[in-house]
Ligand binder design. Sequence first.
Ligand code: MN
Length: 292
Amino acid sequence: MKIARFGEDRIGVIREDRIHDITDLAPGTAGSWPPVGMIQFIAVFDTLKPDIEKAVASGFGKPLSDIALECPVPWPNKVIAFPANYHEHISEMGDNLISKFKASGQGFFLKSNSSLSGPNDPIVLPLLPDREIHHESELAIIIGKGGRDIPAGNALDHIFGYSCLIDAVVRGREERVMRKSFDTFCPLGPYIVTRDEIADPTDIELELRVNGDLRQKANTKDLIVCIVEMIAMASSIMTLYPGDVIASGTPAGVGPMTAGDRVDISIENVGAMSLAVVAGTRAAHPVWNKKD
Ligand code: MN
């Protein structure tokens, strides 16, 4: 099932080229603040599923072309992100510290939840003319059933679904969380594909293009820390909750984005987003000026 957020916080199921509004079946109230309706929905999805199927089968829906999709999970409890999680990306980062820096050794970090944006939102670049701002194309894992100390062997049962994610970052030596947490630095979407639609999550092709040029191309079979191990590792530290987002790490081919670019991310059987990159007007803080 393809689960989307649209029309100012409504929840829909996409079937072929139509979207079926199922907000009234969900526990939350559309438009309430904070926008946690999708989290509440994910938490009870299994019990709602028969009614959703019925509603979708008996309804007409609206043409998908008439609506704008929104960030599917705008207010998760956390966004967990794995660094340097494909062998090739580690070698392009130019050092020989593979064993030290690969994700299995280094663990993960958190990215600000407020950096999340949707498939129709532009990536707004901060005003840092001396810095490169890079795209990282990543498969997002959306947690369904939460938990603590989830063994890798059970981890697939805790996945609600998958989505496309871009982990944008200002390159530099400042704290990683700060460099990756500007507003709009975490486009997510265009919807969530529930896990039953992905036959083998260890064999998913992903690619990213900038202005049509292929920059990143990889397959999840080349992940260093695999999907189930990411869930085991994260839940050994912190309780996972429904709707938590895990950015699974980038493959090789990261590179700069500049204003006017168009960034296209596409993940096999998961979806595609085409995002505009625009110049922001926010003045930079002196924290970015440190030279050492
Ligand atoms: Mn990343």
